[in-house]
Design a binder for this molecule. Structure first.
Ligand code: PNS
Length: 159
């Protein structure tokens, strides 16, 4: 069985993530969406909340499962016999960091990273931008599914 992991902090999941997960699911027998810690970011939602949002918004994709891991991504891949990492590339600004991570991951463990070009409609979209807009009452309804939008409204209102 060919399995791939789509890793990320998913804080929260956006239509950009869903696009990559959906397209990856057409190329692998199973795609594991793994919520991992990004030590450079602070999170708005707990891991359990993020998992729930991903499960709900990818529920129509039968070969997608959701998991979490605290540790190195390559250790997750090794523990779960996953040989491929799939990541979306939005713009040149993503490239430097993503290339470094892909090379470190390859060198350390032989796990391959495959980059998928983000759909042009999502090229500016990020969870950080969504959180910033939501914080100031901006409209993010075209960027995240409605359930995520509702969760964001509640969270920025302090609930
Ligand atoms: O959605 P993000 O925040 O861009 O995802 C980044 C993430 C979580 C995939 C990355 O930080 C990660 O892989 N974290 C786990 C620890 C790890 O393996 N770091 C990479 C070492 S080069």
């Amino acid at each position: 069985m060919k399995r791939a992991v789509c890793p990320g902090s998913f804080d929260p999941i956006t239509y950009g993530h869903i696009d990559i997960i959906t397209r990856a699911s057409a190329h692998f027998d199973q795609v594991v969406v793994a919520v991992l810690e990004n030590r450079t970011k602070s999170s708005l939602f707990t891991v359990a909340e993020r998992i729930e949002m991903i499960r709900e918004t990818t529920s129509k994709l039968p070969n997608v499962v959701v998991d979490s891991w605290s540790g190195l991504l390559v250790d997750y891949c090794k523990s779960n016999n996953i040989e491929s990492i799939v990541k979306g590339l939005r713009a040149v600004s993503d490239f430097d960091y993503e290339l470094q991570m892909a090379q470190v991951n390859l060198q350390g463990s032989g796990v391959e990273t495959m980059f998928m070009a983000t759909a042009p409609t999502h090229s500016f979209l990020s969870s950080s931008l969504v959180k910033e807009l939501a914080h100031y009452g901006g409209d993010v309804s075209t960027m995240v599914p409605s359930s995520v939008n509702e969760a964001l409204k509640l969270r920025v209102a302090g609930k």
